[in-house]
Design a protein around this ligand. Structure first.
Ligand SMILES: Nc1ncnc2c1ncn2[C@@H]1O[C@H](COP(=O)(O)OP(=O)(O)OP(=O)(O)O)[C@@H](O)[C@H]1O
Ligand SMILES: [Mg+2]
Length: 233
């Protein structure tokens, strides 16, 4: 059980700006770290250090130039750095969740269904999925009158709570979170802290960016300073 869920080794990435005569912008070089089940690890470092870029590389949204990003899926290990797109999609569906900074609004779909969707995708009956989505939105203090409405017109904090609920509702052994509490008030930040604690106790490994020091101290077991990975870059 002590096999890491995520193992990053020797990862390097340089952005090449084709519209700027191929200017090269190195972000990380030789980045390496591991996450065990039940651990929450923060990516730290100043603005522009490469925190979001590392998260996007792990999720497979940014290609890496070198190195391995190995994710354990049951008895199998998938290297995000080399996996073909279909394997990556399957990995995301079963194993690797992502709570983005902003909700990607799906037109005409109400908040309750937006949150329930990952469970329905997992094969949970719609009625149960909807009930669980309601429980989660209630915990996050999203007023019930908003549940049937598409989140497009919601406030920033309301959208963020829908986004968190959608990201946390289904079990995924590895969760990536980019600033999950940036737009939340203190009461709702505490709800998110509690929800993350429950995930950890369920054995989920979490890699996140938490600018809020209170939240970070409450949920994270350690901080990885991304500037360490830039030194050689
Ligand atoms: N798609 C891209 N193309 C070119 N450069 C990029 C791209 N994404 C990020 N960068 C550059 O890489 C560097 C790291 O950006 P990144 O967004 O990872 O920083 P960050 O640590 O998340 O910062 P913040 O705390 O402000 O969110 C920045 O200099 C940024 O301009
Ligand atoms: Mg960022």
């Amino acid at each position: 059980m002590n096999e890491p869920i995520l193992s990053v080794a020797g990862v390097s990435k340089t952005f090449v700006l084709h519209l700027r005569e191929g200017a090269r912008l190195p972000v990380v070089s030789g980045a390496g770290f591991q996450l065990l089940a039940g651990e929450c690890v923060a990516l730290g470092g100043p603005s522009g250090a490469g925190k979001s870029s590392v998260l996007k590389m792990v999720y497979g949204n940014y290609r890496v130039d070198a190195g391995h990003i190995r994710v354990r899926e049951g008895g199998e290990v998938v290297d995000v750095a080399t996996a073909d797109p279909r394997r990556l999609i399957r990995l995301r569906a079963r194993t690797m969740g992502y709570v983005s900074q902003f909700l990607r609004v799906i037109p005409r779909i109400g908040a309750l269904d937006v949150v329930a969707e990952p469970l329905v995708g997992d094969g949970v009956a719609r009625e149960e999925a909807t009930a669980r989505a309601g429980d989660l939105l209630a915990r996050l203090n999203l007023p019930e009158r908003l549940w049937p409405l598409p989140p497009a017109t919601f406030s920033g904090g309301e959208q963020q709570r829908v986004n968190i609920a959608r990201g946390l509702i289904a079990h995924r052994p590895l969760l990536l979170m980019d600033e999950p509490t940036a737009s939340l008030d203190a009461a709702n930040r505490q709800v998110v802290v509690d929800l993350i604690g429950e995930k950890k106790r369920a054995g989920v490994a979490i890699l996140g960016i938490f600018h809020d020091a209170e939240v970070r101290d409450a949920v994270c077991d350690r901080v990885i300073d991304v500037t360490e990975f830039a030194k050689a870059a």
